[in-house]
Design a binder for this molecule. Sequence first.
Ligand code: TMP
Length: 215
Amino acid sequence: MVDEAKKEYSGFLFVLEGIDGSGKTCACKELLKRLTSDGYTVIHLREPTNESQWGKEIRERSPKGELTPEEELELFIRDREWHIANRILPALKEGKVVLLDRYFFATGAYQSTVTNLSWKEILRRNREEISSPEPDIVFILDVPAKIGLERATGRTGKANLQFEKLDRLVKVRQAYLEIAENDVGTFRIINSEQSLERVVDEIYDIITDTLIMSE
Ligand code: TMP
């Protein structure tokens, strides 16, 4: 858990992570509705962004599988640097609750499967080179790769050739679980084979407990 006394801002950062098709985007939208109607000032952000030049490049080139592993890593880190400076930190400084759909743990989990860097090294770069703020809690929505892929490709009718491959998602899921087990951050693993409603309920309870405890 982030040491509240040492935080340079009054907001809260909750991150949802998981493989493609794990349900994080739908869960974020539901959580945004519930927490907003409770009276919290909440913002839902996502990475890769579709605002910075680097985020736009990822969204344009990845569906065809055009990016080299080095390009993937650099683009996600540059996009994140922009996102932190222009969206995440300003929201945290305004005291908002930030629901972030993917963050640097995604770079650790996905890019460690294609580069020769470990997830540890990738997380270190994000923390040290671009001073990524530490989340209050990272929720890992855990689902077997086959189910995630079926959900993700069923939604759009086609797979993103860069990221949505079964063998890659098996490794990404494993990396997320290893990160949750070994990294210094605060993680909660949520069984995302359950209904969306159950997933949202579990996350909602943990977030509201955290917010109430800090009052
Ligand atoms: P999305 O499906 O959540 O919009 O994310 C797009 C893809 O980008 C997804 O397949 C995971 C991948 N990704 C990475 O490989 N590394 C990262 O750091 C991030 C943020 C996303």
